[in-house]
Design a protein around this ligand. Structure first.
Ligand SMILES: [Zn+2]
Length: 241
């Protein structure tokens, strides 16, 4: 089973995380995506960003706008766009101007990205990480990013009126509870505990970010939870909300 690096494209034009941004997007999406919202700076969530900017460098008419917390921006500036790992694109320009522009947001505050309203909420991962509730004013969805046990996320999600889907991680099988604990990820058992805090019992739930090595085991254990409206997120599939 394939498991891509995390990257969700909303309405063909806004990316949430950039794991496979350069590798898995269509040419239409490459032409339209100029806004990238990051949950955290782990490599599987940002790996495609430097390559995406590089691939489009000469043709960009507007910069790639990266929305992230200051902590995340500091890490990618220090550890990725530092001339050693990759060029510092924020210092470079093409014939049209800047190619990379940062838009820091404060955790918990709402901001707009194109036609979308984005609410960020702190989740519980090894590094500073946020989940999002994203809305186009008609419908909304929530995405946990990488996380372990959460409270604030559920309060925010439960207060959202038009929630059409919840995307939540489940990285490791139950046997690797200790590893899940130290790396701040969920197992099916922990996922069940989390979903008990979710008060929208009929909302479709999609499980994502399963570690490829344990994919089948995690899927089996998640199915054994017997949650009717829960599905495993399929890589490359288009979801209409
Ligand atoms: Zn992570």
């Amino acid at each position: 089973m394939r498991q891509h690096l995390s990257c969700f494209v909303v309405d063909d034009c806004v990316a949430i995380d950039a794991g496979s941004l350069a590798m898995a997007t269509t040419s239409k999406q490459k032409n339209l995506i100029r806004d990238v919202i990051l949950t955290h700076a782990h490599l599987d969530h940002i790996a495609g960003l430097p390559l995406f900017i590089d691939d489009l460098f000469a043709s960009l008419e507007v910069p790639i706008r990266v929305f992230a917390t200051n902590e995340v921006i500091e890490v990618i500036e220090r550890d990725i766009f530092n001339w050693d790992i990759y060029p510092s694109f924020s210092e470079l320009a093409n014939q049209n101007g800047a190619v990379l522009e940062y838009h820091p947001f404060e955790t918990g505050k709402e901001f707009s990205v194109k036609h979308l309203r984005v609410k960020s909420v702190e989740v519980n991962h090894k590094v500073p990480t946020v989940g999002f509730i994203i809305s186009d004013n008609k419908t909304s969805f929530a995405i946990s990013s990488d996380t372990s046990e959460m409270n604030e996320f559920w309060e925010t999600v439960n207060a959202e009126k038009n929630l059409a889907a919840l995307f939540i991680e489940c990285a490791f099988p139950n046997e690797l509870d200790e590893l899940a604990q130290v790396s701040h990820h969920l197992t099916p058992k922990k996922l069940l505990k989390e979903l008990n805090k979710f008060d929208r019992k009929n909302c479709p739930i999609y499980v994502m970010n399963i570690k490829p090595m344990y994919f089948e085991e995690v899927v089996r254990q998640v199915k054994e939870l017997g949650i009717e409206n829960l599905e495993i997120l399929e890589v490359g599939k288009i979801y209409e909300l």
